[in-house]
Design a binder for this molecule. Structure first.
Ligand SMILES: N[C@@H](CCC(=O)N[C@@H](CS)C(=O)NCC(=O)O)C(=O)O
Length: 196
């Protein structure tokens, strides 16, 4: 049985939860209180961060690496395109996720220019999603999973409007039809109502 050291509020953990749900892999989730982390978490990940997965005493941190591991260990359904060029482009999105997440965290901190910076990144996503239906290319996949946790949290917790970004709005509408993402929408709604 796979174990996930998890935190509901963590968008990096959301990547792993979504990938596992898409692949219908059973796992045990151990919720970590990030404000009062157990000492033993540092033995599993020297940075003390989540997510971490554990399988038969074998341990792996880092959400992007975990997603790739899950894709190779449990290849069906495929979440990376078959074509090597498309796979590389999906990986490029994942590699550059900081472009979106840095302004997201700036927005959460209330930095002065953060809203403009975040909107500029949404505009980049919008242009990409106008050209192709998914960040992963012609089909849903890991690049979409890598970005959607922050977009949902921005929309539902930071009240960022997606109205000016029709291709992003359409992408989110298509994503939330997937049970794996619908579950994350519920996680985010619970976080939002707990914070009120
Ligand atoms: N690069 C890591 C980032 C994980 C991360 O930053 N997790 C946050 C929660 S969202 C965390 O554990 N924060 C605790 C800390 O930074 O001490 C990944 O992709 O898994």
């Amino acid at each position: 049985m796979l174990t996930v050291y998890d935190a509901a509020r963590c968008p990096y953990c959301a990547r792993v939860r979504i990938a596992l749900a898409e692949k219908e892999i059973e796992y045990e989730a151990i919720e970590i209180d990030l404000s009062d982390r157990p000492e033993w978490l540092y033995e599993k990940n020297a940075t003390g961060r989540v997510p971490v997965i554990e399988e038969d005493a074998w341990i792996l941190p880092e959400s992007a690496v975990i997603m790739e591991y899950l894709e190779e260990r449990y290849p069906e359904p495929a979440l990376l395109p078959a074509d090597p060029a498309d796979r590389a482009l999906a990986r490029l999105w994942i590699f550059r996720h900081d472009d979106l997440t840095r302004p997201y965290y700036a927005l959460r901190r209330g930095d002065e220019d953060a809203a403009e910076r975040f909107d500029a990144e949404l505009a980049k996503l919008d242009a990409a999603l106008e050209a192709r239906p998914w960040l992963s290319g012609v089909a849903f996949g890991l690049a979409d999973i890598a970005y959607v946790p922050w977009v949902l949290r921005a929309r539902d917790m930071l009240h960022v409007s997606l109205d000016a970004f029709p291709a992003v709005s359409d992408w989110v509408d298509r994503l939330v039809e997937r049970p794996s993402i619908a579950l994350e929408v519920e996680v985010v709604a619970a976080l939002e109502s707990a914070s009120r």
